[in-house]
Design a binder for this molecule. Sequence first.
Ligand SMILES: Nc1ncnc2c1ncn2[C@@H]1O[C@H](COP(=O)(O)OP(=O)(O)OP(=O)(O)O)[C@@H](O)[C@H]1O
Ligand SMILES: [Mg+2]
Length: 294
Amino acid sequence: MLTSFADAADVQRRLDSVDYLVDEGTATALFFAMALGQPLLLEGEPGVGKTTAAKALARVLDTPLIRLQCYEGLTVSEALYEWNYQRQLLAIRLAEANHERLTDADLFTEEFLQERPILRAIRYAGPVAPVLLIDEIDRADDEFEALLFEFLGEAAITIPELGTFTATRKPIVVLTSNRSRELHDALRRRCLYHWIDFPAASRAAEILRRTVPSASQALVASATDFIGRVRTLDLDKAPGMAETIDWVSALSVLGVSELVREDIVRTLGAIAKTPDDRAAIADGLDDLGYAVVG
Ligand SMILES: Nc1ncnc2c1ncn2[C@@H]1O[C@H](COP(=O)(O)OP(=O)(O)OP(=O)(O)O)[C@@H](O)[C@H]1O
Ligand SMILES: [Mg+2]
């Protein structure tokens, strides 16, 4: 297993071997992030494959994926490290039983330190650097971002009681955001940036051929064409690749080999996720080329 990439085309080829199909822009961004050892911030609409980028990268490099899912209220003790209070308490009791007293210096040592994803990525000692996925950073509070600056800039974290831990081999860091809020400039500055577009029709069709092998060529072709047109409507949430895969799977289960209006209406729940979007797509079917027949 090769642990680095020769060029962007090599990235594209090897990701293709694990069924993650990227355009040249995404392949180039991943290549530079690895070549320069810099974190990569991926943005794009939901379902364009941001999370999958990190997973696929870990697979082709045959290295662990360490994942930090962000959410409101995320703290140091869930993301970086935590002190094992129970073990500290036990040590204090044991010492007391032996008529000894433990000091802070005895209690705040590596023995009592619990790794959370970021410290785990820094201390990982395997043969290839791990991939650290910091998923949906925009869901964390903006103060949390500041906790990441040292790590993103220097691949290090400082634990006040112990000192600074620096990665001997920088982890490969992928951050994702859905742009639900603006990120700090200071965070952006420490990362390379790439916006992932919805795949072009031909790539979307190839993704469908691989993920829903039971779907006929004709179904895949007409479904990608239809989704492309749906995405031009003014929707609350345009269908992403995940929705497209679900939809074509549903159509395939129904035994559909060519797309007709009736089947679209029956399966709209896979691509329209709000009542307004459902109505907008149903109302648009005539214009989208699926008029009522007869
Ligand atoms: N380029 C691609 N090649 C292959 N599969 C893809 C690609 N893009 C998306 N997919 C598929 O689409 C689905 C959604 O992808 P993923 O969850 O990575 O999207 P996301 O951008 O992280 O979405 P969200 O913002 O909702 O978290 C997955 O099943 C993934 O396999
Ligand atoms: Mg995701």
